[in-house]
Design a protein around this ligand. Sequence first.
Ligand code: AKB
Length: 316
Amino acid sequence: MTDRVLVTGSYGQIGTELILRLRGIYGTSNVIATDITPAPEIIESGGPARYLDVTDPRQVTALVVENKITHIFHLAAILSGNGELNPQKCWDVNMNGLYNILETARTWKVKQVITPSSIAAFGPDTPKEHTPIDTILRPTTMYGITKVAGELLNEYYNQKYGVDARSLRFPGIVSHETEPGGGTTDYAVDMYVKAVEGAPYACFVTENTTLPFLYMPDALDALLELAEVEESRLIHRTFNITGFSASAADIAGAVKARIPDFQCTFEPDFRQIIAESWPRSIDDRDAREEWGWKPSFDLNTMSDDMIAKLRGKIGG
Ligand code: AKB
């Protein structure tokens, strides 16, 4: 049977880039991009793109059955910052969306479901440095609560029903194609965009706020590598991964080293408390041991690539 892939939340930061990689692997007509907003030109012109509200179980089932879906990348989610502005919607989309996906996967025997989790699954009581997979998970954001519950729901569906559900705890993802929407780590992307536009930037966390990050090419490799690995090799269902850790001042410095006119001020808002509740660095050894995870980019190589790509896109 041909593999047929459904991607939810396809027009977000990860989805727009993942769709293009998946089309290259599985063939254009076998990758169904879905979201609740109109498809960007680059997605719509290249293959199937459909409307899907993941909170509606009938829509999820209809899409999976009609398109004979075998694999799902479930990316639709409300991120941490927006989640605190609307916690009820965050719960609805993140929890009921995942439940509908897993229930449909169970009922219609979808082979595999991959879902991003996040460093937001950790909380202020979690050890801050080299945080391991198995540790205190007591988040203080609605987004983080949905991520912990989502990880457990994946494991439940795996143990009870045999659904091959796998998950990655992403740190802040930096990318140039589609800007993130409503996350706490968005400031890292904003700095590069503003610098290339020649505009100043007021960063919404303090200079010394340090978090783990990952450049998008590494994030996409991680998703695709996790999807490919033999199920028998997996001890865990949810994995920590990281690229590098950097403070907001480190990132602003890396941008300024390449664009000396860049002006960055630090004006923390409500997202400061969220950032402070997350680990500063992550131990991803289980992903390295179980499926060979290894990132390619650090802060410097990422900064070179980000700025070159953004200059190609927006000039400057
Ligand atoms: C966010 O900041 O909410 C996300 C995340 C770390 O999950 N980028």
